[in-house]
Design a protein around this ligand. Sequence first.
Ligand code: PHE
Length: 344
Amino acid sequence: MDDEKELDDVLKEAIKEAEEAENSRVLYEKKMRFLGRMGIVMNFMKRMKDVPPEKRPSFGKKVNAIRDRLEEAFAAFEERLKKRELENKIAEENVDVTMPGKRRKAGALHPVSLVKAELIDIFAGMGFEIFEGPEIETDYYNFTALNTPEDHPARDMQDTFYLNDKFLLRTQTSAGQIRLMEKKSPPIKMLSPGRVFRSDDDATHSPMFHQMEGLVVDEHITLCDLKGMLDEFARVMFSETSKTRLRPSYFPFTEPSVEVDVSCAACGGKGCSLCKGTGWIEVLGAGMVNRRVLENCGIDPDRYTGFAFGMGVERIAMLKYGINNIKLLTENDVRFLGQFKEEN
Ligand code: PHE
């Protein structure tokens, strides 16, 4: 067949194919088939050597002309397709800004976490440092060093979960006091939040609960310092008019020991069902650090004195929010927990 006629057919075929390409990717493949380095048009160039010498100039011109036409044609088709594709994309991605938004449900902090954070905030503001002891303790830190030797009747005050002869689940964050005083010399001002465990289970007791322990040791620390700090704590935690009172009590690691009551915020101290008509609510245990405890940690009790206090975080949360059963705090019912959500 005549080479030039063949070239005209290639041109027609290529343009027809380009017209039929449904998208720019297919168009590109077709373009490569005709104009690529191994493409049909290139093949004609390679055939030049077989063309009789006198026909070569006109053959060469024709191949070049066809290549130019095809390149133009493909470029035009490509532009058209790309434009169409862009328009489709814009149409698809069109956002209706008048549609109502999808509201994401946000969780809320647990009341125990809320109270814990608030307590840390209050005491950190007074200069207390946070110290966290381990939940698995030895008998020594949980009892012996806290002036509670074996066979001491006070060990019966708390029902302990023993893991083996040596280890137990701490029954009180007071264990952390010893660990800190062994490491640090006065002045000491520490706050120790954490979980504690006791074999105890009713409407106001749970086998696992949280305590917040405080310890201050320095020269000239007295019970008045404890009282002043507690008054400030009650005022911020419960109400502007809250007061505290101390009642004599007993803990092996404090002497004297006190039970701290806060005036009932529900009735302002007049007496109601929450405070059982007394006007006062017991919130924590405290006292002056027993000199034997200081001695156990290598601190000179003739030079230094200190006070300690320990409170149940669940108990504070129950008082603050009027929760009547401690189980509500561990059941994780969202209808209960959702009530502590701060609206945003
Ligand atoms: N550890 C005591 C308890 O769990 C509370 C307490 C702490 C009392 C510090 C006095 C001083 O009951």
